[in-house]
Design a protein around this ligand. Structure first.
Ligand code: 3BY
Ligand code: FES
Ligand code: FE
Length: 419
């Protein structure tokens, strides 16, 4: 075995592995395959950063809750009676039972199924039978988790002191996202897939469109591959120049209609993100097979469906596409070193009627197909990463610049966590 294919083994220090990462190359195999690295990812990446978990309208009414599992941490998100969205550890303060087992539900109070300790929607313990005299309810509230609602996108942070630069992202992103009015939407469809691959392969794959032409016949009907981190080189220079010209023209138009569109790239921030509104090809209305709106009832107060697609990507675990007629949003949750949950939600206007204004098959066709294609790519990469022949390979400086930004961010954040 050469040193570049060395298996990760406790005697090989994780700090060393992080320190010797070569910029511009994919990561060494243990980053994708080792359970020890996975534990470090859960502690330092998913345990200390803002993680995208869902949307405000997953819990549209007071008493609605949703649950999500981040590594070993079961989390509960509820809308309280004042309409505020709160998050808690989904763990009873009596003997620790999980409070809510379902992924979604509606409750008046949160009643533990084990011995019926009862918490109100602010997490306060309000009932516990048979306890000793002097037992103080107020010392046994649910443990809160930080949650932020950014124009309808919900992020949680498991750290006691979450990264403060969430505010930088929220300030930059609100004008882009708010016009699509997530609060006036409903979740039309949710699809969960489990990929047999490491979560970083899912994210790396998401950050480039080098693979799109050969792998995504449905997506590339509407999506211009140029929009994903292309830099000019001889063969692409003219196409890129024309694309850039069209983008500049569209941006000017959309911005004059009150829709911020120009690129914001802060992928190296602790709460790293990037956004841009991108023209869509052909009819240019939506990421659908015919590139026309999939839902007749447009979002918010949009009159014209030709507003392209606003894309938004966050480190470490999400991407989103906002169109005039629907929104598609993706949350990536690592399950083990070798398995990853990709949760996709399609949002439409809350008054849109299925079968009348939209057809589920048509709404979901492009991303169901694309997700399945990406799942295969991730699974093949994961199989390759387990081979003794795998060694980090070079990223394209033209089409994989955003992959490098992801890998670099990951290495920096892991390194900061290990300090
Ligand atoms: O559009 C996306 O979300 C990513 C990037 C390019 C292909 N894809 C699956
Ligand atoms: Fe919840 Fe006993 S563990 S009431
Ligand atoms: Fe893809």
């Amino acid at each position: 075995m050469t040193s570049s294919t060395i298996a990760f083994h406790p005697s090989l220090n994780l700090r060393e592995l992080v320190a010797r990462r070569v910029p511009g190359y994919s990561l060494e195999a243990p980053f994708y395959t080792s359970p020890a690295v996975f534990d470090a990812d859960m502690e330092h990446i998913f345990g200390k950063h803002w993680i995208y978990v869902g949307v405000s309208i997953d819990v549209p009414e007071a008493g609605d809750y949703m649950t999500v599992q981040i590594g070993s941490q079961p989390i509960l998100i509820v809308r309280d009676d004042d309409n505020e969205i709160r998050a808690f550890h989904n763990v009873c303060r009596h003997r620790g039972s999980r409070l809510c087992a379902e992924e979604k539900g509606t409750v008046g109070n949160l009643v533990c199924p084990y011995h019926q300790w009862t918490y109100d929607l602010t997490g306060k313990l309000i009932f516990a039978d048979h306890m000793a005299e002097g037992f103080d309810l107020s010392h046994h509230s649910l443990k809160p988790v930080h949650v932020r609602n950014m124009s309808g996108l919900l992020f949680i942070c498991l750290a006691d002191n979450p990264p403060e630069d969430f505010d930088v992202m929220a300030e930059a992103m609100t004008p882009y996202i708010a016009p699509h009015k997530i609060d006036d939407c409903k979740v039309a469809v949710q699809v969960d897939i489990i990929e047999q691959g490491n979560w970083k392969l899912t994210l790396e794959n998401n950050r480039e469109c080098y693979h799109c032409t050969a792998n995504h016949p449905e997506l590339t009907v509407s999506l211009f591959a140029y929009s994903y981190g292309f830099a000019p080189k001889a063969e692409t220079a003219e196409g890129l120049r024309q694309y850039d010209e069209m983008v500049a023209d569209r941006h000017q138009h959309w911005e004059s209609c009150g829709l911020p569109s120009t690129e914001v790239e802060r992928l190296s921030d602790v709460t790293g993100f990037r956004t841009m509104r991108m023209p869509l090809d052909r009819a240019g209305q939506s990421q659908t097979l015919d590139t026309k709106a999939a839902c007749k009832k447009l979002l918010a107060d949009f009159k014209d469906a030709s507003i392209g697609g606003l894309s938004f990507w966050t480190q470490p675990n999400s991407w989103h596409h906002f169109m005039a007629d629907h929104i598609v949003t993706f949350s990536v949750i690592p399950l083990t070193a070798d398995t990853t949950l990709v949760r996709t939600k399609w949002l439409v206007h809350k008054d849109a009627v299925e079968g009348v204004d939209y057809d589920v098959e048509n709404l979901t066709a492009v991303w169901n197909a694309t997700n399945d294609q990406d799942r295969r790519l991730v699974e093949e990469s994961h199989q390759g990463a387990k081979s003794s022949a795998y060694q980090p390979g070079p990223y394209s400086p033209y089409t994989e610049t955003l992959v490098e930004k992801f890998s670099e961010w990951y290495i920096n954040r892991l390194s900061a966590g290990l300090e």
